[in-house]
Design a protein around this ligand. Structure first.
Ligand SMILES: *Cc1c(COP(=O)(O)O)cnc(C)c1O
Length: 466
């Protein structure tokens, strides 16, 4: 299995190289050269299998022959053993034909653990064989940082620097990063937004000299292994609800478009998916793009669902690439221009292609809060604000066939956002029993301005030290 860049000007590489590289040297994102797939009988045979087994089968399609199947199976078994629920990602019924897919039973209580727990083990496997230590730099809108720190802390072949926007993430989110005492972890509060953090990471990757000096790698949602790992739960959920014979629709709370794009990948692999609804908060660049064909950056507003406070959805480039029939040069032109102007007019045929599977729904702050309360009243379930954006969007969607099951991805545990949930519901969710109490542990982090050179100097010093 080879991987090509969405910008068409980087040589194809294998799975492990694509995973370690993160961004391609031409600034594009790696995607498989051709889509692997499953026959309907193979998908049907996933029914009733343990999650880790389905994961090894699905992810194995992307790994090709670069990791032995039994090694990959062990990695998946270990990764999903870290989840507090034996079903790993259980489904819960919310109403007639309405379901929640709980993705938050991992160690840091958000869906990022699903991919990151595997990624930590994947890096360890490869880097120990290469006797190499890489520096992972990770921009976080709240949950990726904690999941990455948890997955990589104490590992001997990687050091990790997590950049988060100061004051724009919840205390619980922050503590999952800043209470790690391992010396291979550094946390930095950036004086800016998540988009600023992400821009710093992208620029750092484009500096060859810096990239080589610290042996840089990235685990943001552009990393192909994360996308691959996130396709798995679309299969397990669909099969549990009667797939592949019966198509299923998904509502995906969306920020960087990694999770929603993984649904597209599952669809490409042969899973019948009726519709994917990208649910956004007031940072609605994707909702606007799907509606009117203009991908136009706006100002980032802080909301109750901070992990989705994003106006540049990195993985959208991957969907665009597919939508222009994999024309890399056109994709490169479009996204370089977008970086300069903040505007991309999607060609009509590409926009129509996107609309075959995707639509967007944007949910206001008031509706998010109301949905947390009404869900509690109607079902007894406390849901977090990101999940609430999904549930509110689901209420507004009209599917072509009303008999299609609609699954809302529940992306974080409510205890990760006690302030927002408490304000909406008058009830503060308890931290699950398997999660250690981090509220009294000392925190350790540095503060830096949103300047790429300052951050690079910091990372160099850290990489030189540990
Ligand atoms: C990261 C995150 C999202 C958004 O996922 P993307 O892949 O960036 O679209 C939604 N909800 C929560 C809780 C998250 O942590």
């Amino acid at each position: 299995m080879r991987y090509v860049s969405t910008r068409g000007e980087a040589p194809p590489i294998g799975f492990l190289d694509a995973v370690l590289a993160g961004l391609a040297p031409d600034g594009g994102l790696y995607v498989p050269e051709s889509w692997p797939g499953f026959a309907p009988e193979e998908i049907a045979a996933f029914a009733g299998k343990p999650y880790a087994e389905v994961a090894a089968a699905v992810i194995g399609k992307f790994v090709g022959d670069e990791i032995a199947p039994d090694v990959l199976a062990d990695m998946c078994a270990e990764a999903y053993d870290s989840f507090a629920h034996v079903a790993t990602t259980p489904l819960k019924q919310l109403g007639p034909n309405r379901f929640l897919l709980e993705l938050f039973h991992g160690p840091t209580l958000a869906f990022k653990d699903v991919a990151m727990q595997l990624l930590g083990r994947l890096y360890d496997h490869v880097l120990s064989r290469q006797a190499r230590t890489m520096t992972i730099i990770c921009a976080t809108s709240g949950d990726t940082g904690g999941a990455a720190v948890e997955a990589f802390r104490g590992r001997s072949h990687a050091r990790i620097v997590a950049l988060f926007p100061e004051g724009r993430i919840s205390e619980v989110q922050r503590r999952f990063m800043t209470t790690a005492i391992d010396k291979n972890v550094a946390c930095v509060a950036i004086q800016g937004s998540f988009d600023d953090c992400q821009a710093i990471v992208k620029q750092a990757f484009q500096d060859d000299q810096f990239r080589n000096a610290v042996d840089l790698s990235g685990v943001n949602s552009i990393n192909w292994a994360r996308i691959a790992a996130q396709t798995v739960y679309y299969f397990t959920a669909a099969v549990a609800l009667g797939g592949p014979a019966r198509p299923v629709a998904f509502v995906v709370p969306t920020g960087n478009f990694g999770d929603a794009y993984a649904a597209f990948v599952a669809h490409r692999m042969g899973l019948p998916i009726a519709r994917v609804i990208a649910a956004t908060n007031s940072n609605d660049i994707l909702t606007r793009a799907f509606a009117d064909g203009r991908y136009a950056r706006g100002a980032v507003a802080a909301t109750q669902s901070p992990a989705m406070d994003i106006q540049v959805a990195s993985n959208f480039e991957r969907l665009y690439f597919e939508s222009v029939r994999r024309d890399g040069l056109e994709t490169g032109r479009a996204f370089r221009a977008f970086a300069d102007t903040g505007l991309l007019d999607i060609p009509p045929a590409a926009h129509a292609f996107m609309g075959e599977l995707f639509q967007g729904v944007s949910v206001s702050e008031a509706d998010t809060a109301k949905t947390m309360l009404s869900t509690l009243n109607q079902t007894g379930e406390l849901i977090d604000p990101h999940t609430a954006v999904g549930v509110a969007a689901a209420a507004r969607v009209k599917l072509a066939d009303p008999a299609t099951p609609l699954v809302v991805l529940s992306t974080a545990h409510p205890a990760k956002f006690p302030e927002a949930v408490g304000a909406a519901c008058g009830e503060v969710p308890a931290i699950p029993r398997a999660t250690p109490d981090l509220s009294k542990k000392p925190e350790r982090f540095d503060r830096l301005p949103a300047e790429v050179e300052t951050v690079k100097a910091y990372v160099r010093a850290f990489a030189g030290r540990v």
